[in-house]
Design a protein around this ligand. Structure first.
Ligand SMILES: [Zn+2]
Length: 279
């Protein structure tokens, strides 16, 4: 799933390729993907794309006059930058945004089966789903939350909660908590000042390093995003820092991965997959 670094770098590429371009046509290719009724996407036709940015995991396309279009890629949404634009109706696809001659088109595709990609058209001043988002991870508000917060939820839950901090998902959460040497199950209200400081820096450092890597991509966002994690999805491999074998906790549709030496004082966290084997 694309998270902050992938979306930020994608927004930068789209801004570079398309800002200043008049939008000529919108092809909705999947009925349920458009999450707003009014304003109509047709209201954007002929307007100049002023800029492309990011908030949380949303792409934010701002048009002259203040209307905005949001795109959220969710689990399996991806983006093709079509240069020159194509006319085919690929499946599965979400929508295609066509700009004036000489500019590439943006095709939003879908490879997921649940939690699918969506898009929104917002009137000036309407924040739509952005209103629900917590602070960005590099800002003062998030630093204040980490340094003083008394949240009792598990760190692994909290970092992925978009209302608490926007842009982080399961992948970078695993990498961040290993970097911070903190248990995925520890709550912030159990952390001392030094641990809190470590957590804040780990969030920033992991996301910045990933963003640097993402900035070497070109074009849209491909189906296979590559091996961008050091800990996530690497159960059974050596910890990148201490070479201890990485362990996991399995859930219905995903698993969290951690280093028992760096993060949990040598203790293995209960894993239902493991207990099934032992039964
Ligand atoms: Zn380790």
């Amino acid at each position: 799933m694309p998270e902050l670094p992938e979306m930020q770098a994608l927004a930068e590429r789209l801004d570079e390729a398309l800002s200043g371009a008049p939008l000529e046509a919108i092809q909705p290719l999947q009925f349920a993907a458009l999450k707003t009724v009014s304003p109509s996407p047709e209201d954007l036709r002929g307007r100049l794309l002023a800029s492309v940015g990011r908030r949380g995991k949303f792409l934010v396309m701002t048009f002259d006059g203040g209307r905005r279009m949001l795109v959220h890629l969710s689990q399996g949404g991806r983006v093709d930058l079509e240069d020159p634009p194509r006319a085919s109706r690929p499946r599965p696809a979400v929508a295609r945004f066509c700009f004036a001659e000489g500019f590439p088109a943006v095709l939003v595709k879908e490879f997921g089966t649940e939690r699918k990609a969506g898009w929104w058209v917002l009137a000036p001043g309407d924040d739509g789903p952005l209103a629900e988002l917590g602070p960005e991870p590099d800002g003062d508000d998030f630093e204040h939350f980490v340094m003083t917060g008394s949240d009792g939820r598990r760190l692994h839950t909290l970092l992925r909660d978009q209302r608490t901090v926007a842009g982080i998902g399961r992948g970078y959460t695993d990498d961040i908590l290993q970097r911070a040497h903190l248990s995925p199950f520890g709550p912030p209200n159990s952390l001392g000042p030094a641990e809190r400081r470590r957590l804040f820096h780990a969030v920033r450092d992991v996301l910045l390093a990933a963003l640097e890597g993402e900035r070497t991509r070109s074009g849209g966002l491909p189906t296979k995003l590559g091996d961008r994690f050091l800990v996530h999805r690497r159960v059974g491999e050596p910890c990148p820092e201490c070479a201890t074998v990485l362990a996991r906790v399995s859930y219905e549709s995903y698993e969290l991965v951690y280093c028992p030496r760096c993060q949990t004082g040598g203790k293995l966290l209960a894993d239902r997959r493991m207990s099934r084997l032992l039964r």
